[in-house]
Design a protein around this ligand. Structure first.
Ligand SMILES: [Zn+2]
Ligand SMILES: [Zn+2]
Length: 154
């Protein structure tokens, strides 16, 4: 994603609405590694700018996604997440605290066998387990759960 200043410039050039609400959202999204949902972003934005509407958040996120500034991430928890990191990466989801982390994988999986001819538009790998913070706390207690890895291909 471009910086908030560059985005303001792009919005002006495209003659899109550039309101203080939108500029606040640019700032909140910039280098945001938390993979927020529209609702969680709305919550944070409301604290800084009471009166901002959820509709504005949805609209701004939609426009940024359409412009290729954000990507949609689905880690299977039912909520659509937004990610300003447009570089190639995959995700790790912590089963304890629900945090989502960017991860790199050693190679991108390819379909073998019968499905090899399918036209693939996007490959998303989601790892499930415990983040460093949560893993530390289970290591101290006996009978900690084994880490689970699930590779999911869209
Ligand atoms: Zn965690
Ligand atoms: Zn990500």
């Amino acid at each position: 994603m471009h910086s908030p200043t560059q985005l303001a410039q792009i919005f002006r050039e495209k003659q899109l609405k550039l309101t203080p609400q939108r500029q606040l959202l640019f700032g909140l999204l910039h280098e945001n590694k938390a993979h927020p949902s529209a609702e969680s972003l709305f919550e944070v934005a409301s604290k800084q700018m009471p009166g901002i509407s959820l509709r504005t958040v949805y609209q701004t996120l939609g426009e940024l996604a359409e412009m290729g500034e954000l990507q949609l991430v689905d880690v299977g928890d039912g909520a659509k997440r937004f990610d300003p990191n447009m570089g190639e990466h995959h995700h790790f989801v912590c089963e304890s605290c629900g945090s989502i982390h960017d991860v790199e994988i050693s190679s991108t999986p390819k379909i073998r066998g019968e499905g090899a001819g399918y036209e693939v538009n996007d490959v998303g790998v989601v790892f499930h387990g415990k983040c460093t913070r949560c893993g530390e706390s289970t290591k101290r207690s006996p009978g900690h759960q084994a880490k689970k890895q699930v590779a999911k291909t869209k």
